[in-house]
Design a protein around this ligand. Sequence first.
Ligand SMILES: Nc1ncnc2c1ncn2[C@@H]1O[C@H](COP(=O)(O)OP(=O)(O)OP(=O)(O)O)[C@@H](O)[C@H]1O
Ligand SMILES: [Mg+2]
Length: 306
Amino acid sequence: MGSIVLKTDRLTKQFKKILAVNSLSLVVEKGEIFGILGPNGSGKSTTLGMLLGVLSPTSGSFSWFEQGDSNILRKKIGATIERPLFYPYMSGEKNLEIASMIKGVDKKNIDKVLEIVELLDRKNDPFGTYSLGMKQRLSIASALLSNPEVLILDEPTNGLDPQGIADIRKLIKNISNDKKTIILASHLLDEVQKVCNSFCILKKGELIYKGSVDNDFSNTITIEIDSNNRDDLKNTLSKYPLIQKIEESESWFIVKASKEISIFQLNSFLVENGVVVTHLNQKKQSLEEQFLTILAEKNEFYEFTI
Ligand SMILES: Nc1ncnc2c1ncn2[C@@H]1O[C@H](COP(=O)(O)OP(=O)(O)OP(=O)(O)O)[C@@H](O)[C@H]1O
Ligand SMILES: [Mg+2]
């Protein structure tokens, strides 16, 4: 990490009456898997379209690799957004040969990218006979042909079954391990949580959240808790099964618990064991609760971290 791959500055796209992307400012760093999360119609594909030079911004700007935007810079970017037109009667390999020609890249990469997406053994089969997951993997292979530094994926697991989804997610992680930066648009919180390490949330074209995904943290909640008798409190808390960690601060105990925990039941348990609580506060919502809260509320920027 460290160097900046993408920076957008108040990027905006207006389609007649619809403000699809509204003053979006983002930074994506090298090596990240960056998620753009948002419900349908929130402006994810429009954003990616601008970044790829397919759509021109109404206002604002963006810069790749801190050098601006140009066809030459965009050669370092591979994307599945412009869904490649694969010919159904031609083999996967033949389709990639055509894609190589269009992109002006050497055909020698074809076997390598087919291997990455685990389609080498099916390369001679017609594209039309591929499963949806295999078709999706072939479009990722096509995006990788130029050995890009950045890979842009728009809803890469749409329509796939659980196995297909798992395969694509594993593939994304493998590609990321190869030191590539990945920008992924998704309407699935679960996807962003499982795959990405940084993300933002768009709602009606506005950035309403940005932060990092800490997988440990997203599955736990933090509770502040105190009592006049701290020894009793600590002993009793340590017997409660959903509690994972108890730390003592000056003001109270900070308890990390599995997100299944109910504060109400925890309090009842303490009372049953003779502990009277003087302070009880659930610090953070789970990522899922935060996402739902964020989407339910009016458009304002959230600063809390996950
Ligand atoms: N070419 C276009 N002309 C007019 N309006 C458009 C155009 N493309 C997108 N929009 C509008 O811009 C808004 C954002 O659309 P966009 O496709 O970027 O959303 P999205 O977040 O990618 O949604 P999804 O999850 O459904 O893919 C929508 O209201 C959409 O109708
Ligand atoms: Mg979209």
